[in-house]
Design a protein around this ligand. Sequence first.
Ligand SMILES: Cc1ncc(COP(=O)(O)OP(=O)(O)O)c(N)n1
Ligand SMILES: Cc1nc(C(=O)O)sc1CCOP(=O)(O)O
Ligand SMILES: [Mg+2]
Length: 373
Amino acid sequence: MKEADCYDKSTNGVVVMVEPYSQTEQIQQVVYRILDANLDRAREGLRIIEEWCRFGLNNAQLAAQCKKERQEIAHWHTAELRAARNTPGDPGTDLTHPQEEQRTSIKSLLQANFCRVQEALRVLEEYSKLYNPNMGKACKQMRYRIYTLESTLMGRHRQQLLLRSRLYLVTSPGDKLLETVEAALKGGLTLVQYRDKTADDTVRLQQAKKLRQLCHDYGAIFLVNDRLDLALAVDADGVHLGQQDLPIAIARELLGPHRLIGRSTTKAAEMQAAIAEGADYVGVGPVYETPTKEGKAAAGLEYVSYAAKNCSIPWFAIGGIDPNNVNEVIDAGANRVAVVRSLMQAEQPTLVTQFFLSQLISRMKPELGMSYV
Ligand SMILES: Cc1ncc(COP(=O)(O)OP(=O)(O)O)c(N)n1
Ligand SMILES: Cc1nc(C(=O)O)sc1CCOP(=O)(O)O
Ligand SMILES: [Mg+2]
């Protein structure tokens, strides 16, 4: 083969291969380059995920798991594969997607890197069949372990965000639904529940999809009230269930271990049952009677004080809470509150969100009842 035959315009004239390599050897070198590049991609993606496990989640076990996977990748990254590297001749090094340049949240950064690792492992799985079938099998096993790691890590990420969330917006229907939620997100809101007791399912589905996207763009948790099917359909972060809704055990079975389940409670026995059944958080209320939940008697500030002393999971005081009485609720022991009208009917939801958050954060008390803080 003459040198000119190997001229490749896409590499700006960098000669890929010259004599004395046979065609078989040339293909082998290409396979080696693919394996080398994808071993690097998988390792780099894992390192990015590992840093979040270590510094973001403080989770030594998850960080160690990432490290172990990186070591396995290093084991397969042999000298002959590294020797095939030809970075200047790689037309793919300049190719980036606009989304790679900008991530809107830790969640999207993590998801993008999980995707990168899984794609790289899939490529390795296929091409290593031409190199070392055992490596192919190992990459397949690793890809499954990475799927499990992703769902565990995303679950932890949700839990952590829930723990940090001080204000919870439960939506009500209206023309300005998305606009209002976005304004509150701009004010620092990190937890949203879609609640619409009357709309058709077609409308609910459409709205829930849009809200989920919006919340995730802002790095906030998105939950669906009552409807497990809708939560699953839009890939929500979980559901909120009242005493008359599905049992937590059934919801857990359908949602899996990593999505969030919230439960409404009005008294101590309901709270203790919700904790025992595995709820991730509870609603504590109604603190005051409210037209949003007409006919439900107030549980009062005494129940808020009970929660402050006895609730071992995150809890949100709810019902009739507004900027004028929120300090009374905080004084009774609440560090987290949930509201409907105060934000959905606010003229300036961003400012109201900021006000609630400033009060809740500056007057926060130690979480006596919490079992894991
Ligand atoms: C955070 C939070 N707490 C309580 C409720 C009320 O749930 P439920 O009793 O099921 O009543 P509906 O909201 O379904 O009318 C809630 N939604 N969110
Ligand atoms: C949806 C809901 N659940 C409650 C409970 O106590 O379980 S109170 C409530 C409505 C809260 O609305 P607002 O902030 O407008 O008073
Ligand atoms: Mg309900």
